[in-house]
Design a protein around this ligand. Sequence first.
Ligand SMILES: Cc1cc2nc3c(=O)[nH]c(=O)nc-3n(C[C@H](O)[C@H](O)[C@H](O)COP(=O)(O)OP(=O)(O)OC[C@H]3O[C@@H](n4cnc5c(N)ncnc54)[C@H](O)[C@@H]3O)c2cc1C
Length: 506
Amino acid sequence: MNERVVVIGAGMAGLWTALALAPTGREVVLLERDPPPPQGDFGGDLGGDGLDAAFHDWSRRGVGQLRHSHAFLARLRLLIRDQHPELLAELMAAGCRELRFEDGLTDLHRARFTPQPADADLSILTSRRTTLELVMRRYVTRLAGVSLRTGVFVRDLTIAAGQPPRVTGVTLEDGEAIPADLVVDASGHTSQTIDQLAAAGVAIAETSEPSGVIYFTRHYRMRPGAEEPPRGQASATGDLGYLKFGVFPGDNGCFSVTLCVPEVEEEMRKAVVAPETFDAVCAQLPGVAAWIEPARAEPVSRVFGMGKLESRWRDLAPGGQPAVLGFFPVGDSLVRSNPLYGRGCSFAGVSAYLLRGALEASADPAERVRLYQRATESELRPYYDAMRRADQSAIRRARRALLPPRKPSLRARILQSFVEDAVTVAVRSDPDLLRASLRGFHMLEDPQAWLRRPDALIRILGYWARGKRANAAAYRPKLEPERREMLTAVGVSPDADEARVRAAAA
Ligand SMILES: Cc1cc2nc3c(=O)[nH]c(=O)nc-3n(C[C@H](O)[C@H](O)[C@H](O)COP(=O)(O)OP(=O)(O)OC[C@H]3O[C@@H](n4cnc5c(N)ncnc54)[C@H](O)[C@@H]3O)c2cc1C
């Protein structure tokens, strides 16, 4: 269709909008406030040195999370593989990594594992985000009908009065007006458009709540000839309640470690941004310590921190009535979630394709908004709600860690036992259940669907009935220190936050 789509922002959602809409014949104009990467957008070295230059020197004030660990879930990797296979080839050629289903198997799984064709659909794609973004951006700008202008800040939407009002273009900071048939807001979590619309009398419904964590990431590089530690007993990812952690293998010998600290752990939050404290915490986590041993790897960055992480959902058609026409938020400006679940980029990619579906299904402006809103509700909302519930439970757990221990109710004990002694044990033992649970995790089906299937439930209950002793080999070995032990080991007082939280609870 012969429509001109102006896209505010060329981060993940902007690039995905171009990937989704360019093949439909629409003109896509990407407007990005930040400058191009050091080697330029249309030439220059994309080998290891060029990618390092992008990582160290690309000024991206518009993307605060650019230098945090990023991984693409299977849903996003499949979108790339199926819709843009050449892009997948280019990402792999640039050194991006695929973490396959087989790579995550325990010894128990391996004893019963028979490879299945569908396992190839469960891979994660990871690398430094600068690498992912740069390769995607170069690919996108070669697509017919796509143009990219960098260093241009979109100041305002152009809004024509009506019932409902209609967005007809944007205005740049220097006053240049750019008309559009459709405006896509891909300007991320700091998007200003909703405020501009509100000032023009357009009310877009919004709900939000804190995710309760602060993210800290440091990058490392393998020393020449060094190999990644073998996957063994000690896990490189984990949730200790007072701390979540993960190692993210990256491109070209790089990897990053992310520590996720509950907001309630104020002393730890302040301390862990110092590189020596960050590394000291990692040294207490055997599965991470093996990666950052000085003989194996060296740090290549400071510690990046990021807070104010919230979950936020926006509704363009409250009660089924479009609030505004010709305007579509995608990615973080539509829905934002706790980065811990690694779903933000998948939401960006999926929302861009849902937008394409709505635009292709109808030429009626109001119907397009309704279709888009309905599609995001059915495709994204179940994951969003599951993440919010998990966040609320993690916030309670982190706070409990600072209070004197108390005996949980019978109901809480049964629930905890079902999660730890039934579901977790079953998933760590049975490759079919691992596959089933990962399909929800990777957004390939409703996150809870597998738990509702009778065959899965029967197998899970079977593990529960066998009891802890029979299942002993399936428990994740607890090699990491408890909270007080960890904080004391890294020179952070465990007392101040306990006193504060206990006083508040009294
Ligand atoms: C710490 C952290 C870790 C994360 N890890 C993961 C992960 O592992 N996996 C995952 O899938 N997701 C992850 N996410 C989420 C992911 O980063 C976001 O969901 C994703 O970047 C959203 O894409 P976006 O295009 O909406 O926003 P962004 O990628 O932030 O891009 C917005 C773009 O708009 C530009 N812009 C803003 N305002 C204007 C303007 N007025 N004019 C012109 N341009 C403008 C910005 O410069 C930027 O380029 C993480 C997020 C955080 C905070």
